[in-house]
Design a protein. Structure first.
Length: 168
């Protein structure tokens, strides 16, 4: 009985290894085929086979909305090691949604009230740095400093062209 169970496990392992090897070989062939394509063929192939992304669009936050971190632990696995309990719905909720005071539209309030913790002794003086920014981008001095900074970046004036397949 133990030998038969071992034989079944061993055959399943051999089959899985064979399938994995076939998958790797087909991926290598596909990579080689893509590598040998011209730029036009490659662009056409990329249009026909776009990359799959599961990137979700970020929600638009309200003015001065408080940030809540969703936590680093226990996001998917249940606490129980056997996994008999299902995933908790609390982990699926939207953490960027406004809560409490954030549901109030602070843009319609007077300018003096558009601060965190208004009326409290520990309130901050400033709303955000963007409101306090006094940089004048039209100033010629600012423009020359920015261009000097860009010129000093490493690799800013490097000329790179795609290498050719054959040296001529």
């Amino acid at each position: 009985v133990a030998f038969e169970a071992w034989k079944v496990r061993e055959l399943a392992r051999i089959k899985a290894e064979r399938e994995e090897r076939k998958k790797q070989e087909s991926e290598a062939l596909e990579r080689e085929r893509l590598k040998n394509m011209t730029d036009e063929e490659r662009a056409a192939w990329e249009r026909a086979n776009p990359k799959e992304t599961k990137h979700e669009e970020k929600k638009k936050w309200r003015f001065m909305q408080k940030y809540w971190h969703k936590g680093a632990y226990f996001q998917e696995a249940p606490d129980e090691s056997r996994g008999t309990t299902a995933k908790d719905d609390i982990f699926q909720r939207d953490y960027s949604a406004p809560t409490g005071e954030d549901k109030i539209n602070k843009e319609i309030l007077p300018k003096i009230m558009q601060v965190k913790n208004f009326g409290r002794s520990g309130r901050t003086k400033w709303t955000h740095l963007l409101a306090e920014d006094t940089t004048n981008f039209e100033d010629p001095l600012t423009q020359t400093l920015a261009s000097d900074r860009r010129r000093a970046l490493p690799g800013a004036n490097m000329d790179f062209s795609k290498p050719k397949k054959f040296k001529t």
